[in-house]
Design a protein around this ligand. Structure first.
Ligand SMILES: [Zn+2]
Length: 991
């Protein structure tokens, strides 16, 4: 006999689960029951804590790190008769991360995802269905943070049979009546929508407890009986506004966020439930003097700028002593609305502190006045030939960087019997070269890895918080917070240096300086001190053999991380030689359009009619030009697809396409319009139906370490790029296509990352396993240097490859901006674009999904002066407002293309404000600074001081107006108006 839920609980009194009518509350509030599981995450934090605040709080005190915790109940929790799990939580500093926050059972069903958590520091309800789960033997929690001090606090974890209802007083601090209304002015709103409906729609069990309420200590008077409010359209954009005459320090807003669709995929995953983007929702305050403040409200409770799903008290600060004349709320999203329930003007209150120091504010070293700098003489290294370093001194700043003696190389256990010695010689600019020679004097083969160079115990003394670092990966990390990060030299870490620096002692960096693409990885470890290093991997020495690794450099500098970047660029100039010269026309491509002949993303382009075999590219491109303000390059993705042979492998779709002549003539038409055309090829894959797949797939495909085929792309053959026959096939098809179609560019998909595949196929006769860095280079180099492919055409790949490999191509795509913003990284600079400026990079904000209302993504690409990769139906996948923004950024980038294609761009130059970052793009006659306001203040203030060149004029090209800077002591101080989370752009012109 099955007992009703509540009866069953009566007979189970010994669980840590406390039975209530129709629900089971899991008692999670004991810190002892949570076991940390560092082995369950790849980036496990070393500094974390579990403590009881209101709920149980899990905190990580390192940047970019994570942790999992598990709770094993004494007895399995029987949830057969429940349908839902829910908990209350509050959180801060969680990156966009598409893995679970809470999962159940040892099999880890994943009901709540990290990406669904609203990390505004306020309480929210999370819930999920637990259908199909009958009992729970483990409760797993997972936290990732993008700032030291990031946390997740949970309480009221329970299983219920009914769908969890939202309770106002659980989420916010709400009281009936006006607790203290002295000094506040209540601004009436003309509400027209019954608020009860809003609460039902938002999933609340009930609405306001009374017509006067105090929320988070702020008194609000609601209007109407029953209460009515104003709201922007859920499925429409729009605005609501009131005329109000008042003056105060602060405007408090009782707002309701409502979202009913998916998050835009370039912004996050799963359901939209919040926004921090003023371009999406904003408050505009108009003053009687004609000025306006464009603002984004912050939560009173936490001070965090985030409008989230549900009711909350918010505030915006008003301009001092100005008479307000109008309040406007704007809504630029099509799957949500902003409801305004009440407004109260009043004095600023003391807001909660924003937690730990912001990693955006990094100290900048100061060169001590009067110190003399001697070129070649600023570094003083003491060492012995066995590889022990005794000191690394920055002589200009009298800073000893090495806390105690340490070895500059270290082999793994396999290499312990090798004999090593180093040679040190002085180079220019405060650098020394260090060479390591290793000999195998044993009688056996030694396969080993060696860390070289490695600098550990770096700390010049003083405050550890002034000790910072620069780890220049695809998602580069510039911070002073503790962390450990490692990355293979590949598309994920394409450069070869790592820097440690300090606000008073300058910096020290290593540069592996290897022009031969050897397999290696780099790491950075900051705890109390810093360790930076490079490790050469999978080296082989036969008996009697000796190897000398590429001469690494160690350098000191007197400034911040920019100096290691400049030093690295200088070292590249010694060996970096593009195989063919880079093309200015390609560098001037800013709107990079990917289009389709056959596929629907999400609708057919109409370029090819399969019945009549008519192919017309120009109409499709004309539509795109109208939509985006210009198409600088057309990249045709699926030209090679046929129903018979699939998408990739053969590249001879001529019969299906109605002949190559027609395609060639359409390409020629676009070229006459000044639009170059590029064609897609796959570096690794061949469709199972392709002729090459049928004939050679089994022979040429890669096998993994278990001698199994790769299945990353389903049943496609994953060909081995070391196979000369596959290389010959791919190269001959690119060359053959170029002869027929005379396109301008050729793209190799999947190339650039250089770490997805290793081939262990014993029949291939190559070394096992292969190293994708070397094999991708070999293919690209053969195509570029040893094939008849026109040197005027461009070759590009999916990711930015290693610096060495990049010499054999002209550019690539990247997802740097996406990765940087998802992980909340400082400055959001797309580094590769600044290190090798003539290597053209196109930013992919999101693949195969819409860009909809992602204003900020477009602006961040612009701020990096980068090309923008545009995919999908212009009218289906880009909101009209975002298309207007793309027109604007494109026109500025094209107009000042001389500056944006400079060989000397500088990322993150010094500004006058810590919330504003700037990049610098100088040409001979005009110099451009792009800006991004990472803060939430509508800035109307000096933002940058630049050298004033006599006769120069200054122009704000973001807002289209001339600037009259204040000139003092040879400097121009430039004042800008920059809205919160907005871009800016200034050009200085010489006559
Ligand atoms: Zn192979």
């Amino acid at each position: 006999m099955r007992l009703p839920n509540f009866c069953k609980f009566l007979f189970m009194p010994f669980l840590l689960v406390l039975p209530l009518m129709g629900e089971q509350v899991v008692e999670t509030g004991d810190t002892q029951i949570w076991q940390s599981r560092p082995g369950w995450v790849s980036n496990s934090a070393r500094h974390f804590s579990v403590e009881v605040i209101d709920g149980i709080r899990f905190t990580i005190d390192e940047i970019g790190m994570g942790m999992k915790w598990v709770y094993y109940p004494q007895d399995d929790i029987n949830i057969e008769d429940t349908g839902y799990v829910s908990f209350m939580y509050r959180a801060r500093s969680i990156p966009v991360w598409n893995e679970y926050a809470l999962s159940l059972g040892r099999g880890a069903a994943s009901p709540v995802y990290l990406t669904e958590l609203i990390d505004d520091g306020c309480w929210h309800l999370a819930w999920a269905s637990v259908d199909g789960i009958s009992s729970v033997d483990a409760v797993n929690l997972h936290l990732q943070v993008d700032r030291s001090g990031g946390f997740m606090e949970i309480k009221d974890l329970k299983f219920t049979s009914a769908k969890p209802a939202r309770l106002l007083d659980k989420e916010i601090d709400i009281l009936s009546g006006l607790e203290d209304s002295a000094g506040y002015e209540f601004l009436p709103i003309m509400g027209s929508i019954a608020s009860g409906d809003w609460f039902t729609r938002a999933g609340y069990e009930s609405g306001f407890p009374s017509e006067e309420v105090t929320v988070s200590g702020i008194p609000f008077k609601l209007s109407g009986n029953p209460v009515k409010h104003m709201e922007t359209g859920v499925e429409n954009t729009g605005q609501i506004e009131w005329r109000h005459n008042f003056k105060s320090e602060c405007l408090y807003l009782l707002l309701g966020g409502y979202f009913n669709g998916d998050e835009t995929p370039s912004i996050g995953y799963r359901q939209r439930n919040k926004t921090s983007m003023p371009d999406q929702l904003a408050v505009v305050i108009a003053y009687q003097d004609g000025s306006e403040d464009f603002l984004f409200p912050a939560r009173v409770e936490s001070g965090v700028h985030c409008i989230s799903s549900g009711l909350g008290a918010y505030y915006v600060n008003l301009s001092d002593n100005k008479q307000v004349s109008k309040i406007k709320f704007t809504d630029n999203i099509r799957n949500g609305s902003l409801a305004v329930f009440a407004m109260t003007a009043g004095k600023s209150i003391e807001l909660p502190a924003q937690g730990k120091p912001n990693n955006f504010i990094t100290p900048r070293p100061k060169i001590r006045s009067g110190s003399m700098r001697q070129v070649c003489g600023s570094i003083d290294i003491r060492y012995d030939p066995d590889g022990r370093l005794y000191s690394i001194i920055n002589r200009d700043l009298a800073a000893q960087w090495l806390k105690e003696p340490a070895y500059i190389f270290e082999t793994d256990t396999a290499g312990k019997d090798l004999e090593g010695s180093i040679k040190v010689n002085e180079l220019e600019d405060g650098q020394v070269g260090v060479s390591l020679t290793l000999s195998n004097k044993t009688s056996k083969d030694v396969k080993f890895s060696v860390k070289f160079p490695v600098l550990s115990g770096l700390n010049p003394g003083g405050s550890s918080s002034a000790l910072s670092y620069f780890f220049p990966g695809r998602t580069n990390l510039i911070s002073n917070e503790n962390t450990y990060v490692t990355s293979d030299y590949s598309g994920y870490f394409p450069f070869q240096f790592v820097d440690a620096w300090h606000s008073e002692s300058g910096g020290v960096y290593i540069n592996a300086n290897d022009s031969s693409n050897k397999k290696k990885r780099f790491w950075l470890d900051k705890d109390t001190d810093i360790e930076i290093g490079c490790e050469y991997q999978e080296l082989l020495l036969k008996p009697g053999q000796t190897i000398t690794l590429p001469q690494a450099t160690i350098a000191v500098h007197n400034g911040d991380w920019h100096e290691s970047l400049e030093g690295y660029k200088k070292s590249l100039s010694k060996w970096y030689r593009p195989a063919v010269s880079r093309k200015q026309w390609f560098r001037e491509v800013f709107n990079f359009r990917e289009q389709f002949l056959h596929y629907s993303w999400p609708v057919p382009t109409g370029a090819f009619d399969k019945d009549t075999k008519e192919l017309v590219l120009t109409d499709m491109v004309e539509t795109d030009i109208q939509a985006f303000g210009g198409v600088d390059y057309l990249h045709v993705f699926d030209w090679t697809w046929t129903p018979e042979h699939g998408r990739v492998g053969d590249y001879v779709p001529w019969e299906y396409l109605g002949g190559h002549e027609q395609f060639a003539s359409e390409i020629a038409k676009l070229q006459q319009m000044g639009i170059p055309v590029g064609l897609y090829f796959e570096g690794y894959l061949a469709s199972p139906k392709s002729a090459v797949g049928i004939e050679h797939g089994l022979e040429w495909r890669m096998l993994d370490a278990n001698q199994k085929r790769y299945t990353k792309y389903g049943d496609k053959f994953h060909m081995c790029p070391v196979q000369k026959d596959w290389q010959n096939h791919l190269i001959s098809r690119v060359v053959g296509t170029s002869e027929l179609l005379n396109a301008d560019g050729y793209y190799l998909d999947q190339f650039g990352f250089s770490k997805q595949y290793r081939c262990f196929n014993r029949d291939h006769g190559h070394e096992i396993p292969t190293d994708s860095v070397l094999t991708e280079m070999e293919v690209t180099k053969r195509l570029r240097c040893q094939s008849p492919l026109s040197k005027e055409s461009v070759i590009y790949t999916e990711a930015v490859p290693t610096d060495v490999t990049s010499q054999y191509q002209d550019g690539s795509f990247t997802t740097t901006v996406r990765q940087m913003r998802f992980h909340g990284r400082y400055g959001c600079a797309s580094l590769a674009r600044f290190v090798i400026p003539d290597f053209k990079i196109f930013e992919i904000l999101v693949v195969d999904k819409p860009t909809h209302d992602d204003f900020e993504g477009i602006k961040l690409v612009f701020y990096n002066g980068q090309g923008l990769w545009l995919m999908g139906g212009a009218h289906q996948w880009y909101s009209p407002e975002v298309r207007e923004l793309i027109k604007k950024t494109h026109s500025i980038l094209r107009k000042y293309r001389d500056a944006f294609t400079t060989d000397n761009p500088v990322p993150l130059v010094e500004t006058l404000r810590s919330d504003v970052s700037a990049n610098y793009f100088p040409s001979e006659t005009e110099q451009v600074w792009t800006f991004f306001n990472f803060g939430f203040e509508h800035i109307k203030a000096p933002v940058i001081e630049v050298e004033h060149l006599p006769g120069s004029t200054y122009y704000d090209c973001w807002n289209g107006r001339p600037l009259e800077p204040e000139i003092r002591e040879g400097k121009a101080v430039l004042t800008l108006g920059i809205r919160p989370r907005d871009a800016g752009c200034i050009v200085r012109k010489q006559k």
